[in-house]
Design a protein around this ligand. Structure first.
Ligand code: ZN
Length: 171
């Protein structure tokens, strides 16, 4: 399993909803979780590892509290509130971060890995991570949300620092 580097056609594709929960999906989810921890990310969307299906894994708990992975299938934002600007990075855009403005609080409806409906709501890192990962499922990377001026700066910088391989460093 490799993490795709921006830009990539699968990163820009809209992911298909998960329709069937089977052993293959469970295995895929376990490998995504492993990859997320190896890459030291707080979230990973299935597009980022080359599968355009609506699967997100996240863990925004502080590392001293131990791993607490959350799996979201077919997540949808059902409500947003306020606005917040914060630095963001992405495993598909290594060694780059930028400030992104997003709603401060979100509510999300999704299914867990066993198909049970779950609702999440939060602010801060949880809210930001949910929005960032759900963006991935819609083919949007955080750099796509930069203003035209910031995006042109990003493009120039990225041309110089972009990893040569279609893989994040250390993967
Ligand atoms: Zn990302």
């Amino acid at each position: 399993m490799k993490i795709l580097i921006y830009p990539h056609e699968i990163l820009a594709a809209k992911a298909e909803p998960v329709k069937k929960i089977d052993g293959m999906l469970q295995d895929f989810i376990d490998r995504m979780i492993k990859k997320m921890y190896e890459a030291e990310g707080v979230g990973l969307a299935a597009n980022q590892v080359g599968s355009p299906i609506q699967v997100v894994v996240m863990d925004v708990t502080p590392s001293e509290e131990g791993p607490h992975p959350v799996v979201l299938l077919n997540p949808v934002i059902t409500e947003t509130e306020g606005s917040a600007t914060h630095e963001e990075g992405c495993l598909s855009v290594p060694n780059y971060s930028a400030k992104v403005t997003r709603p401060a609080r979100v509510e999300v409806k999704a299914y867990d890995r066993h198909g049970k409906e779950i609702r999440l709501e939060g602010e801060g890192l949880l809210s930001r991570c949910l929005q960032h990962e759900i963006d991935h499922l819609n083919g949007i990377c955080f750099v796509d949300r930069l203003s035209p001026l910031k995006k042109s700066f990003f493009r120039k910088k990225w041309a110089k620092i972009r990893p040569a391989e279609q893989e994040a460093p250390g993967q």
